[in-house]
Write a protein that binds this ligand. Structure first.
Ligand code: ATP
Ligand code: MG
Length: 372
């Protein structure tokens, strides 16, 4: 799919601006604070109904204005689609909170943001995604879960059921400080966690196996064959070649005493992680800034192929500020990689690699976007 036209009105720093990106690579360049990320944010908003950098929609409305508008025209396999988002603040919004964010799909008002799913698919890489490699395991768990939810919407329910069971067991364990626990009730929650947790672990393992091959491939391309990336699932409870449900159940039984002493459930997929290695080396610990960024990028870009498999269509790729920290070779390799999709890329200058590849170039300056 590809964006034919984007219109912003009162969105962030923009008064009114229109952008007609070309089919392949589009470079948006400009100084810091020129408004480059704002453009990608508007596209992301149309895809998911929320910003990638704030949960407060009011921040998206231009200072001093009562509302903002984002309109997007999309070309897909099934024809031309249209997405519009209207944001309101002030009296009108206060009177009717439902009007604070209005979403229109093909001119019809959508009841909830969920209806946007599948209309415009995007893969976004922003500077914060660098944290994927360096940060604590919860960031990598969120990555696995978000990807899984996008690719297999049924996963959302599985994860929610697991979390509900986990909350119940934790509540019971906390109670043990005051009253002795009924072993039958603990056993019931152990069984429930094992059953739902096994589903979560099986989904994550399948996802990581698929992701890993694609990510290694991309990483090899980006590094000109110099680096071999291994991304793998690190389940908190080992179930290699065995039944995940039994494995979790046994782990919970074995850790019950310890859990009660510590006041929470210490074993289970809520403590899973993803391992990321270059050859034999752990990138989290030993990788250079550029290596960590490349690894994060390879993992994220794998989503394009996975999405294409599931939806039969290429998503739109949004790359915010990825070129900094990559050397010339990696920049060229990234640009030359045939991702086979429309891409909006921001940078502070017209990078030589981009110019070579014959991208459509736009300058972002003084609240305007000019094709050069
Ligand atoms: N609600 C708003 N109303 C008006 N201006 C805003 C609003 N929100 C953000 N801005 C302005 O938008 C600008 C930031 O835009 P953006 O983040 O897109 O910059 P950028 O070009 O990506 O910069 P960098 O290269 O530093 O990443 C800032 O000048 C900021 O003050
Ligand atoms: Mg920016």
């Amino acid at each position: 799919m590809r964006i034919r036209k984007l219109v912003l009105n009162g969105f962030r720093s923009y008064d009114r601006v229109e952008l007609e990106p070309s089919e392949g690579l589009n470079l948006l360049y400009g100084a810091n604070a020129a408004g480059k990320t704002n453009v990608l944010e508007a596209v992301f908003l149309c895809a998911l109904g929320r910003s990638h950098r704030t949960s407060r929609d009011a921040e998206l409305i231009g200072h001093g204005l009562a509302g903002a508008y984002v309109g997007l025209e999309l070309e897909t396999k099934s024809g031309v689609r249209n997405i519009e988002i209207k944001l309101r603040t002030g009296d009108a919004a206060a009177r009717n909170p439902r009007d604070r964010k209005q979403i229109f799909i093909d001119r019809g008002r959508a009841d909830k943001a969920g209806e946007l799913i599948g209309v415009l698919n995007v893969v976004m890489f922003s500077p914060e995604d660098l944290a994927l490699v360096k940060a604590s395991p919860d960031v990598r768990r969120r990555f696995m879960d978000m990807e899984l939810c996008q690719l297999h919407p049924a996963y959302y329910r599985k994860a929610a059921m697991y979390n509900a069971a986990l909350r119940q067991r934790n509540a019971l364990i906390k109670e043990a400080f005051v009253n002795p626990i009924d072993p039958d009730i603990l056993d019931m929650w152990n069984a429930q966690i094992a059953k739902t947790g096994a589903e979560v672990m099986r989904s994550r393992r399948m996802f990581m196996d698929e992701l890993s091959t694609i990510a290694s491939d991309i990483h090899r391309r980006l590094t000109g064959g110099r680096e071999q990336l291994f991304a793998f699932y690190q389940p908190n409870v080992d179930f290699d070649g065995g039944d995940a449900e039994y494995a979790i159940y046994d782990a919970l039984e074995a850790s019950a005493e310890d859990d009660i002493r510590r006041g929470f459930t210490t074993r289970g997929p809520h403590r899973d992680d993803m391992g990321i290695k270059l050859g034999e080396t752990d990138v989290k610990v030993f990788g250079s800034q550029g290596q960590q960024r490349t690894a994060a990028l390879s993992l994220k870009l794998s989503e394009i192929a996975l999405m294409r498999e599931v939806t039969g269509e290429s998503p739109v790729l949004l790359l915010d500020d990825v070129l900094s920290e990559l050397d010339d070779d990696r920049q060229s390799a990234l640009m030359e990689s045939a991702f086979d999709c429309q891409c909006l890329l921001t940078a502070t200058g017209v990078e030589s690699a981009v110019a070579k590849k014959g991208a459509t170039v736009f300058e972002v300056k003084d609240g305007r976007i000019i094709r050069v």
